[in-house]
Design a protein around this ligand. Sequence first.
Ligand SMILES: [Zn+2]
Length: 154
Amino acid sequence: MPNKKEDILQHTREQLCAYLDEHQLRHTPERFTILATICQLQRFNIEELRGALTELTISRATVYNTLTLLEDANLIQKLDKEFGVRATQYELVGATDSCVQVVCQRCGRVSVVKDSTISRMLADKRWSNFVPHHFSLYMFGNCKVCRRKMYKNK
Ligand SMILES: [Zn+2]
C-alpha cells in the first residue's frame, strides 16, 4: 500500500477501474468523486462522507450503492460492530496498516496510534510458514470524554 495521499488515490483509482471493467460496470464520475473523497477522509461514516461531497450533487442512494460497490471491490471495509453506538464507520483498506486503533467502547470513537515499539516487536518476530505484510491491532477502553462523563455521574 503506497503511503502518500496522491499515490493512494492513484492506486485506488486503478483498482476501481479494474473492478468496474471486470464486472462490466460504468465508470461514472460519481463513483470516482466518492472514491477520491474517501481517500481524503480515510475513515468516515455516511454523514461525514456526504458532508465532504460538495462538488457534485450526489443522492443518498448513489452514496449507499457506491459504498456497497467499493466494499465488494475490497477498497473500503466496514469497521467492526463492536465499535459501539456511532453510525457505521468505514475505512479505506490499508489506511490503518501497521498501527494501533484505540476504540472507545462507550461512544465508539476510534483513533489511530502509531507505536514504534509494537511495530518493531512484530517486525522482528520470526514467523514459521508465513510472510507478514502489515498488522492491525485494536485496543478497547474508554476515551477521555466518556471517562469524564462517567466520573461526573458518580
Ligand atoms: Zn468515548
